[in-house]
Structures are given as C-alpha cells and as structure tokens.
Design a protein around this ligand. Structure first.
Ligand code: AKB
Length: 325
C-alpha cells in the first residue's frame, strides 16, 4: 500500500464536540473498523461506542497512545483532544500539558511509526489584539493573550517543524467557533452560539455571557467536517502551508444570531451578562480571510447564518419533540 493511503485512523478527543461527529463521518467513509475512537475519561455515547472500536487513551501519557497505535496498526491520527479557551484560562497548566505535551507525544509517535498523516487543529485563538481584526489574513501577527492561544501558536509551529525536519505530513486548520447539534461543546468562548439554540427551543430565553455586539467568526459543523476531511485528502504538492490554514464561513454578533433565531421563534428573549469570556472574545478577530485555504485545497463553505439557523432549529426541534434534549 502506498504511504499516501490512510487505512487505520485514530481519533483522539472522539467524545468531544468535533471529534464525535468526525468519527461518524470517517467511519462512513473508511469503514467502521478502520476508525478507532479514543476518549480520556468521558463515557462515549452508545452511537460512538457501538459503531466501531473505542479505547480510553490519555494523550499526555505516551505509552497509552502507543499501545493503541500498535494494537490497531494506526497510520493516521486526528488529534482532536484539547482544552479550550475558557477552561484554559482557569487551568493554564493543564491546557499546556494536554495541548502541547499531548500533541508532542502524537507527533513523536507519528515520526517513530512512520505514519501517513496527522491532523492537529488550531483556532482563531492563535490571533490576538494586535492582529488586524477584520478579514484577518493567513500571514499576520500571532500574539495571543490566552494560554489556549499560546498553545495553538506553538502547536502550529511544532506541526510545521515536524513536517520540515522529519517529513511527517502534519496538517491543521484554524477553526472558528463551531456550531453543532449532536455533542455539546465544552469550555470554549464561542460555546454561547450553541447554548443559545438549546435554550431557545427549551425555555424561549437565554442569558448570553458575551455582549450583544460581540462579533466572531463561526462555522456550522457539516462545513467543519467537510473542510477537515478535504484538507486531509488534499494533494501535498499543492500545499504551501501545513498547520495554519484560516478557514471561514460566517461571522455574526450575539445580537445578530438572536435576531435570526427570533425569525423562527418570535417570543425568544435574550439578555446579556458578559463574564470573563468577554475579554477572550475581544482579543479575537471578527472575520477572517480564508483565501489561502480556497487556493491551496479548494475550501468552500456551504452554510451561512440563515441556512445554519434554520437547520439547527429543525434538528434540535425534532429532538426536543422526541424527548431527546
Ligand atoms: C473556543 O471558543 O475556545 C473554541 C475556539 C474558537 O477555538 N471554540
């Protein structure tokens, strides 16, 4: 088999918001038995557990990763295990340990086992207050003020280093806030944009932890999964970048999202009580320029604010009626 073919895939952080849906998508594409889902502690959903192999792995413990890599003959890793921005400010050392030491273990194992490809997510958190806030370019000032952001910049550099120095094919995207309806996000600053939908459906009211006019780049999960899989399949000869692709689809303020939901649920009420996450959001861009991803691997999103909102309310509304929310 050519080194280019991904035949046995490991997903760390598979119980998390992106990891869980990525696991489903990759199992559909590559076959259930070829995609090993890993979590550290959290019990996987029945869907995740019953659809293919599941293992408990702590990425900060190299041996535990290596055991699973050997057991399944893994050649590709999507390293989705991470501590996000808000929890990262509460527990900066844990954030560094998981996001950097954990990632380092994955890269070392990839190098030792001559793996085909590794995915390492970055984030809009790699940017900081000195970065141009609108249409933020791919190449720009990276001086984040959160520990999460520091680990994202260091992670991009580490991934690029492993590519250049050891030839490990590491790829990564700077994710915006991801909106989804399957697994709840945990510990991020953009989480409000998911919570608001659940509360709109369940209680018709929501207290937002960011100010009404706070605008951030966001993306609907189907686009996030498509972009991630497309980058991993892109022809390496066309990639000039590796671990630091801007990827955009929509930007909106908390107030604009509330107004969009109100079009469907007119009685929905939102009030705003900003907490410590406001300062994190204020240090991030409002919109980003993803022309590099479009050019190098053909990135193109499908959802905007209105189509994402309609779909979120439809999916969650159905779950609510079935007593599953
Ligand atoms: C967070 O809010 O921390 C994440 C992110 C933008 O990386 N969703």
């Amino acid at each position: 088999m050519a080194k280019n073919e991904m035949k046995k895939i490991l997903i760390t952080g598979a119980v998390g918001q992106i990891g869980s849906e990525l696991t489903t998508a990759l199992r559909k594409k590559h076959g259930n038995d070829n995609v090993v889902a890993c979590g550290r502690k959290t019990k996987p959903s029945d869907k995740l557990f019953n659809s293919g192999p599941f293992e408990y792995v702590d990425i900060t413990d190299k041996d535990s990763v290596e055991k699973v890599v050997k057991k399944y003959d893994i050649d590709t890793v999507y390293n989705m295990a991470a501590i996000l921005s808000a929890v990262g400010e509460e527990k900066p050392l844990v954030c560094w340990n998981v996001n950097i030491n954990g990632m380092y273990n994955i890269l070392e194992i990839a190098h030792e086992y001559d793996m085909v490809r590794i995915f390492v997510p970055s984030s809009i958190a790699a940017f900081g207050p000195e970065t141009p806030r609108n249409n933020t370019p791919n190449e720009t000032i990276l001086k984040p003020k959160t520990m999460y952001g520091v680990t994202k910049v260091a992670g991009e550099l580490l991934g690029d280093y492993y590519f250049k120095r050891f030839g490990v094919d590491v790829r990564g995207i700077r994710y915006p806030g991801i909106i989804s309806n399957e697994t709840f996000p945990g510990g991020g600053t953009t989480d409000y944009a998911v919570e608001i939908f659940y509360e709109a459906i369940k209680n018709k009211k929501y207290t937002c932890f960011l100010k009404k006019d706070t605008t951030l780049p966001m993306m609907y999960m189907p686009d996030c999964i498509k972009g991630t899989v497309d980058l991993m399949q892109a022809d390496i000869k066309k990639l000039k970048h590796h671990c630091d692709f801007n990827m955009a689809s929509m930007s909106f303020s908390a107030g604009e999202l509330a107004a969009e939901i109100k079009k469907h649920i007119p009685e929905f009420k939102v009030d705003y009580k900003p907490d410590f996450r406001q300062a994190i959001a204020d240090s991030w861009p409002e919109s980003i320029d993803d022309s590099v991803a479009r050019k190098e691997w053909g990135w193109k999103p499908s959802y905007d604010l209105s189509s994402m909102t309609r779909d979120m309310l439809e999916v969650l509304g159905k779950k609510y009626k079935e007593g599953k929310l």
